[in-house]
Ligand binder design. Structure first.
Ligand code: FAD
Length: 509
C-alpha cells in the first residue's frame, strides 16, 4: 500500500567519505592495501626520481613549505584510494592555489621528466586518483574559489577544486541546481567530476557533463594554459577541444577552472520508494515511469535486496517498506506541486493495480526524502565495510541488465560475502559489487576478465561512469576498437610527449 506524506522543500544530503575512510585505515579498522606494484603486474616508466633540489624548486613555486607535503604521515591519505584497492608511494604532494602555479609545476616536471598524478577528492573507484609508483601528487584541494554564479544565465564559474556538495549549496541559494549529483558529493571535486565525466543520480534528467560543461581551463603536460572557457551554450567555432579534457582522467591535462550550466531548481520534489517482486517488474516500472511521469522524472534507481540489506545493517538505517527482492527509488522534480503529485499518484496507482509494484511510500518531506536517499547512497560505503569490495560499473542492455549478478553469484559461490546489483537503471548503468573479507587472487581471477567478457558479449560498456583509471586499462579493448585505441594513443603522445601526466592510467601500458 502506498503511504503518502506531504510537506515541502528539499535539502542537500552532505557527507564526507574520504576523510572518514582514511581514519579507518589509520585506526586499523581496514587493512592497508598492498602496494600497487606488488599486487598488479606493472613496470615503472623511465621517469626521474624526486630529489631535494626538486623539493626546493616546488617550495619556491608555491611560496614556502606549507603547500609542499613531504612527511610520510601527511602523505599517506593521498597514496591510498577510497576502495583500498591500490596504493602508491609518492613522497611529495603539491597544493597549488591557482592556474599559474599549476602551469609552473607542470612545466618544471615535464622538463625534469617527473611523473605527476592529479588528484581531486580522491573518491574515484578505478584507481586513477592515486600514484601507481612515486608520481608527484598535484592536489587541487586549495583551488576552491567560486568566481561567479549568474542566476539569469544559470552559469557557474569556479576553480576545479570546489567540492560538489558546497557548489550545490551555493547554487541552491540562487535558485539553481547542479546538473549532477552523486553519493560522494561531500568530498569529490567538480574538477574530478569533469575529469571522470561523472554520471550520477541526475543524469537521466540533465544529461552528461559533455552537455552541461560550457567551458574548461586546463594546463597541458608542457605547462601550456588552455583557456577554453565559454559562457555560452552555443559556440560552434571549430574543434571542441574542451571535450578532450572531459573524461580523460587527468591524462591529457590538469583542469583548473570550469564554467557549468546549472538548471533552475525545481519547486516541487517528490521521492517514491517502491518494493517489487522481480527484475522484470523493475524494467516495466521504469517504462511506466518514463511514460507516466515524462519531464518530471529526475532519478530512477534500482536496488536489489542484498544491497539494501547492506546499507540498512551497516548504518543502522530503517527501510520505510517491508522486504522485497527489488526496490526502486524514483524522484520527480517539477514546478507545479499539484500537477506533479497528480502525475505521481496516477503512475503509482496504475502500477499497483497492474501488480508490477507491490508496495511503496512517497514523500516530499525533506527529512524523509533524505532518509530514503541515504538507503541508496550509503550502499557503496556499506559494502566496503565487509572488508574488500570488487566494484564493476557497467552499461548493459536492459533485457540483460540483472542476469550478470546471478551469473557472478553462481561463479564465485561462498568465496564472496555478498554479490549485489544496484544502480542507475534510468541510464542502463549497473553497479555490480562483490564483497569479501579481503582481496584474494583466487576470487580476482574468477571475476576478471569474466565480467568484462560477459559485458562485451552483450555489447555493453566496461565503464559506464567511473572511468578506466588504473584498474581497467587492460579491459578497455572490450569496449574500444583497435582504431580508436590507436588514435587515443596518438592524441596522448601529441599532448603529453613525455607521458608524465597520470601514467599507467586509461591507456593500456
Ligand atoms: C560513495 C560514492 C558514490 C559514487 N557515486 C558515483 C556516481 O553516482 N557516479 C559517478 O560517476 N561516480 C561516482 N563515484 C565515483 C567518484 O566519486 C567520481 O568518479 C568522481 O567524479 C571523482 O571525483 P574526485 O574529485 O574524487 O576525483 P579523484 O578521485 O581525485 O580523481 C578521479 C580521476 O580524475 C583525475 N582528476 C581529478 N581532478 C582532476 C583535475 N582537476 N584535472 C585533471 N584530472 C583530475 C584523477 O587523476 C583521477 O584520474 C562515487 C564514489 C563514491 C565513493
Amino acid at each position: 500500500m502506498i503511504q503518502r506524506t506531504v510537506l515541502t522543500g528539499a535539502k542537500l544530503l552532505k557527507r564526507t567519505v574520504g576523510s572518514s575512510l582514511y581514519r579507518q585505515f589509520a585506526s586499523g579498522h581496514r587493512e592497508i592495501p598492498a602496494l600497487t606494484k606488488e599486487r598488479y603486474p606493472v613496470k615503472r616508466g623511465q621517469f626521474a626520481e624526486v630529489t631535494d633540489g626538486d623539493v626546493s624548486k616546488f617550495k619556491s613555486i608555491l611560496g614556502g613549505s606549507s603547500r609542499v607535503l613531504t612527511q610520510a604521515e601527511e602523505i599517506q591519505g593521498y597514496n591510498i584510494d577510497y576502495l583500498g584497492s591500490v596504493r602508491g608511494y609518492s613522497r611529495v604532494v603539491l597544493k597549488p592555489k591557482n592556474t599559474e602555479e599549476v602551469a609552473e609545476i607542470l612545466r618544471y616536471c615535464n622538463g625534469r621528466k617527473l611523473a605527476v598524478c592529479p588528484q581531486g577528492g580522491n573518491t574515484g573507484l578505478v584507481g586513477g586518483s592515486v600514484p601507481v609508483f612515486d608520481e608527484i601528487v598535484v592536489s587541487l584541494q586549495l583551488m576552491d574559489k567560486i568566481e561567479k554564479i549568474d542566476e539569469y544565465s544559470g552559469i557557474l564559474v569556479c576553480q576545479a577544486g570546489c567540492i560538489l556538495g558546497t557548489l550545490e549549496e551555493k547554487v541552491n541559494e540562487k535558485g539553481l541546481v547542479m546538473p549532477l549529483d552523486l553519493g560522494a558529493k561531500g568530498s569529490c571535486h567538480i574538477g574530478g567530476n569533469v575529469s571522470t565525466n561523472a554520471g550520477g543520480l541526475r543524469l537521466v534528467r540533465y544529461g552528461n557533463l559533455h552537455g552541461s560543461v560550457l567551458g574548461v581551463e586546463a594546463v597541458t603536460a608542457e605547462g601550456r594554459i588552455m583557456d577554453l572557457m565559454s559562457n555560452f551554450k552555443k559556440d560552434n567555432t571549430g574543434y571542441h577541444l574542451k571535450h578532450l579534457f572531459i573524461g580523460s582522467e587527468g591524462t591529457l591535462g590538469i583542469i583548473t577552472r570550469l564554467s557549468i550550466f546549472c538548471p533552475t531548481a525545481s519547486k516541487s520534489v517528490n521521492v517514491a520508494f517502491l518494493g517489487l517482486e522481480s527484475y522484470d517488474a523493475v524494467k516495466n516500472t521504469f517504462l511506466a515511469a518514463k511514460r507516466g511521469l515524462g519531464e518530471i522524472l529526475s532519478s530512477c534507481e534500482m536496488i536489489d535486496e542484498l544491497s539494501l540489506e547492506s546499507s540498512t545493517q551497516h548504518f543502522n538505517l530503517q527501510s520505510p517498506i517491508d522486504k522485497y527482492p527489488f526496490y526502486m527509488l524514483i524522484e520527480t522534480s517539477g514546478s507545479n506541486v499539484a500537477h506533479d503529485e497528480e502525475k505521481l499518484t496516477t503512475f503509482l496507482e496504475n502500477s499497483m493495480e497492474e501488480g508490477i509494484v507491490l508496495d511503496g511510500t512517497v514523500t516530499n518531506e525533506p527529512t524523509k526524502m533524505r532518509n530514503i536517499w541515504k538507503l541508496r547512497e550509503l550502499i557503496a560505503d556499506s559494502l566496503i565495510n565487509d572488508g574488500y569490495c570488487f566494484k564493476y560499473d557497467i552499461s548493459l542492455p536492459l533485457e540483460n541488465f540483472y542476469d550478470i549478478v546471478l551469473a557472478v553469484r553462481e561463479r564465485v559461490g561462498p568465496l564472496a560475502t555478498k554479490v549485489t546489483g544496484y544502480g542507475h537503471i534510468g541510464d542502463s548503468n549497473l553497479h555490480l559489487n562483490v564483497s569479501c573479507q579481503k582481496f584474494t587472487p583466487e576470487i580476482y581471477k574468477l571475476l576478471e576478465p569474466f565480467v568484462y567478457e560477459y559485458t562485451s558479449k552483450v555489447r555493453g560498456s566496461v565503464s559506464a561512469e567511473h572511468g578506466i583509471g588504473f584498474l581497467k586499462t587492460k579491459y578497455l579493448k572490450y569496449s574500444k576498437r583497435p582504431e580508436s585505441l590507436l588514435l587515443m594513443g596518438q592524441m596522448k603522445q601529441m599532448m603529453d610527449p613525455n607521458g608524465i601526466l597520470n601514467p599507467y592510467k586509461v591507456l593500456p601500458c
